[in-house]
Design a protein around this ligand. Structure first.
Ligand code: FO1
Length: 321
């Protein structure tokens, strides 16, 4: 750390950075940060993990690993580029439901992970092993080795997140969100240490309630973040009242949270003292500052690699904690 003449502390290269991340909404910033720093930890959400055909699918962990390995299908935001779907077609022939599109190479990831779990390995060790196999330098750390399941209550009943969003295409009215198992989940000690030892902790612009929310619902994680909140910065996934992608707005509305970067800042106010919002949301700055949160404004939309790098560089170089 270096003390600038204006009194701000600035980060120097090679200092440890930790990012709390979901999948599709978070991976672009994670990739941008990892391309500019060598000591990066990614604490990964496990709330949307899903058992399918006897395989344990961990979408957020895999999206981050594929993204960092440059294998991710960027159009879709999940799965492996140019993957084929022969396995899925055969499952259809066998009369199985095939709404969750598992590619052939992707299936190998789920199958080997499941076998390793059955042989007594925990998710952290398996994820470490996966990072090595995919030649990913950053550490990907599941937020917990225990099970957390994000379930969506709709006007038609309760569903796993993947069923609500992928099977039924988010068509029913959301009435609530639950993180089953979060109260008993132990935070991953590696995640706690990573946050504690990092110079900067970033909350990625993932879905606040289904990507970041399950992690914050683990007591030890929320407690550690609130202890270190001065060095925590959240990057908003919203511009105005719209999310870049996915159903964040529906979920926030259902939870009674204002759908804006102000609503988000209020929701995160006990765990972060800094937020990056879009320049189009300038008008919210004063209101957010009144929550005792430092506000940074820049262009948030990452529609190509240059924009990814630019936002990562802004967070690393302009946010002074
Ligand atoms: N999302 C979809 O919208 N449709 C799919 O068929 C689908 C398959 C899929 C397979 C593996 C995987 O790791 C992710 C997959 N996703 C799919 C993405 C996933 O449902 C969510 O976007 C994440 O859980 C949210 O981060």
């Amino acid at each position: 750390m270096e003390l600038r003449s204006n009194g701000n502390l600035v980060l120097e290269l090679n200092e440890m950075i930790t990012i709390l991340a979901g999948g599709t909404g978070s991976v672009k910033l994670v990739r941008g940060i990892a391309s500019q720093r060598s000591d990066v930890n990614v604490i990964s959400n496990v709330g949307d993990n899903y058992w399918l055909y006897g395989m344990y699918v961990c979408p957020d962990i895999d999206t981050i690993i594929y993204g960092l390995a440059d294998l991710l299908d960027y159009e879709r935001g999940w799965g492996i580029q140019k993957d084929t779907f022969g396995f899925l077609r055969q499952m259809e022939v066998f009369g199985e439901e095939t709404w969750f599109r598992i590619g052939d190479r992707d299936a190998a990831t789920h199958l080997i992970r499941t076998n390793m779990l059955k042989n007594g390995k925990n998710l952290s060790d398996i994820t470490k092993w996966m990072c090595e196999k995919f030649a990913v330098e950053a550490k990907v750390i599941p937020v917990t080795d225990n099970s957390i399941e994000t379930r969506i209550t709709t006007n038609k009943g309760e569903l796993h997140l993947q069923e609500y969003w992928v099977k039924y295409r988010g068509r029913d009215k959301v009435e609530g969100i639950q993180y089953i198992g979060a109260d008993k989940a132990r935070p991953n000690p590696e995640a706690i240490n990573a946050m504690h030892d990092s110079e900067l902790v970033i909350i990625a612009p993932g879905n606040p309630l289904t990507s970041i929310g399950p992690m914050l619902s683990i007591k030890g994680i929320r407690k550690e973040l609130s202890k270190i909140k001065k060095k925590v910065v959240a990057v908003s996934p919203l511009i105005g009242d719209k999310a870049f992608s996915g159903p964040a707005a529906q979920y926030l509305q259902a939870a009674g949270i204002e759908v804006s970067s102000f609503g988000l800042a209020k929701m995160y106010s006990d765990v972060c003292a800094n937020i990056v919002i879009d320049t189009k949301d300038k008008a919210l700055t004063k209101k957010i500052q009144n929550l005792d949160i430092k506000v940074y404004e820049t262009k948030l939309k990452m529609n190509n690699k240059i924009a990814e790098q630019a936002l990562a560089s802004y967070v690393l170089n302009q946010v002074h904690v």
